[in-house]
Design a protein around this ligand. Structure first.
Ligand SMILES: [Zn+2]
Ligand SMILES: [Zn+2]
Length: 348
């Protein structure tokens, strides 16, 4: 028996999201059914709803920052019981047989990860639908446990924004004694400040806006460099062991390369589009690297949530009702949110 579900969907690339009824699949033996409580709004929801990342699949219920309560479990489920608080992020399946999947890096599945929405379900047919809805059915391997002490509204964005920042900080071994630059203070950047601070790093916020710099200090940054201030950028040259660059649009990365120490890496997590021409001279002269990173695998996503539970870290959120989704999209595009919208799904 499938489950009737309701949500908010994009029906095409140009119309506002509207109420939408659909079916969730019947519970399979390793499936978990979740009553969704909160769903974050990620900028990539907007890109996909508007078909800005290649042809999108409609109707589309966006949402990949999902927190809810387990309301049913399949006969072979071992990790969850009814009543548990659970999370679902950007992917709900992968091939499970490639080298990446074997290492728990399902986000780098060589056959392509199966997205929570805007993605066909290769096993059962039909389209996967995301978190702007009342229920979801996901296999337990792709569901994570949410520490009970975390405020669940603020925990929702950890499933995308949180892991997007945590994974590169871990991979490039952020640790006490290191200076970590976070470029851009939005949904991603503010999580980077909190996480790098909790990992014991010296955190430097690099932002165009002195006001955002002041905010970053409140969130845990130790210093601020205003990127429009040439002398401040010059003074910070060669000081950073690691930079996580969250700028979501095409931009000139060269000023940030100059901030790196010898052998240091800048990880680009925001701009999926090409950046402006890179001055490889600046990289050659310091054996510097530019790298990329996308979310994290399921084991690391669980590790991130456990870390956030230990350190009491959640996202700064503005909670909205479902009728404000379209308005929230416009405000997200203008960066008019501190720092993430989260939809209260009880308003559906
Ligand atoms: Zn996202
Ligand atoms: Zn795979």
């Amino acid at each position: 028996m499938t489950f009737p579900a309701k949500g908010f969907a994009a029906l095409n690339a140009t119309s506002p999201l509207v109420p939408f009824e659909f079916e969730r699949r019947a519970l399979e033996p390793t499936d978990v059914k979740i009553e969704i409580l909160y769903s974050g709004i990620c900028h990539s929801d907007i890109h996909q709803a508007r078909s800005e990342w290649g042809p999108a699949l409609y109707p589309m219920v966006p949402g990949h920052e999902i927190i809810g309560r387990v309301s049913a479990v399949g006969t072979n489920v071992t990790k969850f019981k009814i009543g548990d608080i659970a999370g679902v992020g950007c992917l709900v399946d992968s091939c499970r047989s490639c080298a990446s999947c074997g290492e728990g890096l399902e986000n780098y599945c060589e056959k392509g990860m199966i997205g929570t929405y805007n993605c066909a379900d290769p096993k059962r047919g039909g389209l996967n639908q995301g978190g702007y809805s009342d229920i979801i059915v996901v296999e337990e391997r792709f569901v994570v446990k949410v520490p009970e002490n975390l405020d669940i509204k603020g925990a929702a964005p950890l499933l995308c924004a949180g892991i997007t920042m945590f994974s590169p900080l871990r991979h490039w071994k952020a640790a006490p004694g290191m200076t970590v630059g976070i470029v851009g203070l939005g949904g991603l950047g503010h999580m980077g400040v909190k996480l790098a601070h909790a990992m014991g790093c010296k955190v430097v916020m690099v932002t165009t806006s002195p006001e955002k710099g002041a905010d970053a200090v409140k969130l845990g940054a130790d210093a601020v460099v205003v990127s429009k201030d040439q002398s401040a950028m010059a003074a910070a040259a060669g000081t950073m062991d690691l930079i996580i660059n969250t700028i979501p649009v095409t931009h000139d990365v060269n000023p940030y390369i100059n901030l790196l120490k010898r052998d240091a890496t800048m990880v680009v997590v925001g701009a999926i589009n090409p950046v402006e021409a890179v001055n490889t001279g600046a990289m050659i002269m310091g054996r510097k690297r530019i790298a990329g990173s996308v979310i994290g695998g399921l084991p690391e996503t669980q590790e991130m949530l456990d870390f956030c539970g230990q350190h009491g870290i959640v996202s700064e959120v503005e909670v909205i009702g479902v009728n404000q989704i379209n308005e929230a999209y416009e405000r997200t595009i203008k960066s008019d949110v501190r720092y993430r919208f989260v939809i209260d799904m009880s308003t559906l």
